[in-house]
Design a protein. Structure first.
Length: 139
């Protein structure tokens, strides 16, 4: 067996702690104080207007189906009056697109969306599955 021959560091064994000098708080003289003067520079930060929606809405071979899908997604958006779609493409019966809508700060944000279109009709069950996979809160 081996025993420790020296004291452990920071234990304070054998060391006197001198409280040192007392701290004296000095009250400032109110006559010598001057108020902070505002800066004369005009650093005004004007709010930046949000980016405008695209000039032309999506027009393509799946325009009607994209509008049907967007109408289904509208109740899930925070600002249902502002959305538009871009990058619409279709693989089989799945219509994929990016939905752009206003966020809480007045700017636009995008999110991928997908809808199942069968015989020119929206399949609600499969559309909900696709939207949940893409992070939407679908009913």
């Amino acid at each position: 067996m081996t025993y420790q021959t020296q004291a452990c560091p920071f234990t304070g064994s054998g060391q006197l702690i001198n409280p040192g000098r007392r701290v004296v708080v000095v009250e400032p003289d109110p006559e010598n104080l001057s108020p902070i003067k505002p800066n004369n520079q005009t650093d005004s930060f004007a709010p930046v207007p949000p980016p405008a929606a695209p000039v032309a809405p999506f027009a393509g071979p799946w325009d009607g189906e994209a509008q049907t899908c967007l109408a289904f997604i509208l109740p899930m958006l925070k600002d249902p009056g502002s959305p538009y779609v871009r990058d619409v493409h279709k693989e089989g019966t799945v219509l994929s697109m990016n939905v752009y809508a206003k966020n809480a700060y007045g700017g636009y944000t995008s999110k991928a969306a997908a809808c199942e279109i069968k015989n020119s009709q929206l399949d609600v069950g499969w559309t909900n599955i696709h939207l949940k996979r893409l992070g939407w809160f679908a009913p």
